[in-house]
Design a protein around this ligand. Sequence first.
Ligand code: BV8
Length: 241
Amino acid sequence: MSREVPERLLAALRDARHVCVLTGAGVSAESGVPTFREAQEGLWSKYRAEDLATPEAFLADPALIWRWYRWRRGVVGNVEPNPGHRAIARLAGVVPRLTLVTQNVDGLHRRAGSRDVIELHGNLFEDRCFADGTLHAGDDGLDVPTCPDCGGHLRPGVVWFGEAVPEPALDASCAAAADCDVFLSVGTSSLVYPAAGLAKQNGAVVAEINPNPTSQAAGFDFALAGNSGIVLPELVDWLAL
Ligand code: BV8
């Protein structure tokens, strides 16, 4: 019997046609990436991430925001996916259909081997033209990189607060949440919308994996109070038996 995963959840996963997994910053915590709401480090400790991740903050001081994103690129560039990321990649080969939706912008699911990742909030390592959103090759190293087409500012290819999540990503996420038989909410505080609204879209069995149960956990079928890097490998090992 699994230490961490209830038999009823394992049974639901074994019978599932389609499993939808939503991840947040907590799934990258065991890789050494600070979660979104943890106090930031060093220079960034005097800022709140939510205050920096906005178009207003970028327009007010693009150089400051670029420094923050380059710091984050450095942090993520020096870490590896953890057993939780790798377990989700393995899960895709154990269930008939898996949809992975992530709020994370760190690209660690892809590096762990997951394909077809729905990056709801974009990707830290992409550069986009602030004016028209077109993608451009890596930044030119200037304090504030410029768009080769229009000469305006480039920005990191992430979705900021107050910006719409890309429609195709949101539509695909909502469709998967509505169709799945089991929904796993992993490593997210369930505070940021529209991602936080994906769970409980239908009669699916919903399980949260988070050492700190969230406000939504009471409405879920299971709340596994553990680290994703421990719980997920165990869950997939039992499923694969
Ligand atoms: C939008 C990219 C509308 C940038 C991010 C209702 C409906 C719609 C919108 C809203 C709404 N109410 C409020 C809003 C506005 C806002 C919002 O949700 N605000 C919140 C704060 C209330 N939403 C938006 O602005 C969204 N846009 O709705 O637009 C619109 C429509 C049309 C036209 C114009 C506009 C856009 C939101 C996207 C923001 N961008 N990231 C960047 O990264 O720089 S969000 C950011 O938060 C990160 O992506 C992060 O992933 C995400 C969510 O946070 P979490 O992942 O949950 O991370 P957190 O730190 O909070 O929690 C970590 C958890 O892990 C903890 O619970 C911890 O216990 C746990 N944990 C720790 N260790 C482990 C662990 N778990 C497992 N294992 C461990 N080892």
